[in-house]
Design a protein around this ligand. Structure first.
Ligand code: COA
Length: 333
């Protein structure tokens, strides 16, 4: 990664999760499962579901307002809005355009980025690159998902895993010598898209009543295969970005991983040889909120005042595509 003219830093972080709590016991009434099984296999105890009237832009707007308040900024101070989501309000227009309008920022650049659970990693890399190149001075990066809307509630293997929520960060221009964006590595493998996908509703399989009847408009996942891939790719890209930044895993202050499964996170942390206390896990409260997991976890860390200037953060994620990525980020207060 070659430095540009400017550096990028995060100046505001916010999040929002809906009020409705969906507990493991609620699934026991829907199909054969148990709280014990879900906790031991995934680490999840509960997740949040949005209300029927709430769309991804509604969750995103509240998270972004939270980030703006923390940064002491208004929506019109932002030059570009990027929303990472697989559950946009509409096929088009982009959810980001709606969020910008909601925040009083009509006229600003706005676009969505769709790369499933790797969405935040890709979007933060994009935002930081825009800033380093001098194109924008402030970019709002939001991960926002209403996954309850695309969850197959008859499939016990996936229904338990996903929740709704949004997280937002404001990435801002800074001097080159205080650049936070140390290194990133992004990757994909689309040779088997069916491993984790919503099969119907795109140009490949336009929606039909039959496809709806067979839940093809909902998420499908080969969980076991993805598990191994996730651990391998998170470890590989994490090692690479730390090395590219000229650091070692001993220098890591915090790992903020995508929250897909506690066992995935713990296996990756073990292989990276990072102390458990440095690994941020909140999966028990929110489950997998796809592109929102990392910014929600970061926002909770800010709330706890856990982040100190100079801390080295490793963001790492994995998701549909398949896709993956990691970022080494130096926190500046
Ligand atoms: N309750 C009880 N039993 C369940 C269950 C549930 N909710 N879901 C699946 N099972 C059963 C399966 O039917 C299977 O039964 P069988 O052996 O009789 O066929 C058994 O549990 C084991 O299934 P398996 O899929 O091997 O379990 P697992 O330990 O791999 O855990 C996942 C399943 C989905 C939790 C795990 O594979 C996973 O998290 N994978 C990663 C998926 C992911 O995070 N994807 C998103 C990436 S962003």
């Amino acid at each position: 990664m070659v430095p540009g003219h400017f550096g990028a830093r995060i100046t505001g972080v916010g999040h929002y999760v809906p009020d409705h709590v969906m507990r493991n016991a609620d699934f026991e009434k829907m199909f054969e499962t148990s709280d014990d099984w879900i906790v031991s296999r995934t680490g999840m105890r509960e997740r949040r579901y949005a209300e029927p009237h709430q769309a991804a832009s509604d969750l995103a707007t509240i998270a972004a307002q939270h980030a703006l308040e923390r940064a002491g900024l208004h929506g019109r101070d932002i030059d570009c809005f990027i929303v990472a989501t697989v559950t946009p309000d509409y096929q088009f227009p982009a959810t980001a355009c709606i969020v910008a309008a909601n925040l009083g920022a009509v006229g600003r650049a706005a676009f969505d980025l769709e790369i499933a659970c790797s969405g935040f990693i890709y979007a933060l890399s994009t935002a930081a690159s825009f800033i380093r190149a001098g194109i924008f001075a402030r970019v709002m990066v939001i991960g926002a998902e209403k996954l309850s809307g695309i969850t197959n509630m008859t499939d016990r293997g996936t229904a338990i895993l996903f929740g709704d929520g949004a997280g937002a960060v404001i990435v801002e221009r800074t001097e080159l010598d205080s650049d936070s964006f140390l290194a990133c590595e992004l990757g994909s493998d689309g040779s088997n898209p069916d491993m984790l996908c919503v099969k119907a509703g795109g140009s490949r399989n336009p929606i039909t009543p039959e496809l709806i009847d067979t839940h093809k408009n909902k998420m499908f996942m080969s969980g076991r295969e993805i598990f191994k891939y996730a651990v391998n790719k998170m470890v590989e890209t994490s090692k690479n970005v730390i090395a590219t930044a000229g650091l070692t895993t001993d220098d890591i202050s915090w790992v903020i991983p995508h929250q897909a499964n506690r066992r995935i996170i713990e296996a990756a942390a073990k292989r990276l040889d990072v102390d458990r206390e440095k690994v941020v896990i909140n999966i028990e409260k929110y489950g997998n909120t796809s592109s929102a997991t990392i910014p929600i976890a970061l926002s909770e860390m800010i709330e706890k005042d856990a982040m100190k200037a100079g801390d080295l953060i490793l963001f790492t994620g994995f998701g549909g595509g398949l896709s993956w990525g990691s970022i080494a980020w130096r926190w500046s207060a």
